[in-house]
Design a protein around this ligand. Structure first.
Ligand code: NAG
Ligand code: NAG
Length: 133
């Protein structure tokens, strides 16, 4: 528990230091919003493929140009909102999965977060929230 707290503190400190250096990173503004919760791995993987009405299998990007979307399975929910009001979401599956991976690398696998994924919309970026619902 103490070690985990230390690692969390260290990760937050490094994140704060690193963010100006990695300005061009695909994901910015990663906030670990609920460090005591770990979402189920399989359920999270199902949920992340439910965005935009489903991006499983051969579908390689968000379909239908929604102005917001959620991906939900069980008690796991991803919410995506463009940072520019009225923009539509067209994020590719690769960018989406890479963004989630980067957030988990910072917060811990399955830990709820908020973050901004660069691009992936008709204008601006995409604000992402992962939460237990
Ligand atoms: C998370 O767990 C720690 C250690 O058990 C506790 O001190 C803290 O209050 C918890 N935070 C939340 C938000 O539940
Ligand atoms: C999403 O739309 C933007 C703006 O029209 C475009 O530049 C980008 O290539 C599109 N991305 C995908 C994955 O289709």
């Amino acid at each position: 528990m103490r070690v985990a707290s230390f690692i969390t503190a260290l990760t937050l400190a490094l994140g704060a230091v690193a963010s100006p250096i990695y300005r061009r990173a695909t994901v910015t503004n990663i906030q670990c919003t609920d460090p005591n919760t770990t979402l189920d791995f399989h359920t999270t993987n199902v949920a992340l493929l439910q965005i935009c009405g489903g991006i499983a299998g051969k579908i390689q990007k968000c379909q239908g140009a929604p102005t917001s979307t959620t991906g939900k399975s069980g008690n796991v929910q991803f919410s995506l909102t463009p940072t520019v009001s009225g923009a539509t979401i067209n994020i590719s599956k690769g960018r989406w999965e890479q963004g989630i991976k980067a957030a988990f690398a910072q917060c811990g696998q399955g830990k709820p977060f908020t973050a901004t994924i660069q691009g992936g919309a008709s204008q601006g970026d995409i604000a992402v929230k992962l939460e237990k619902v």
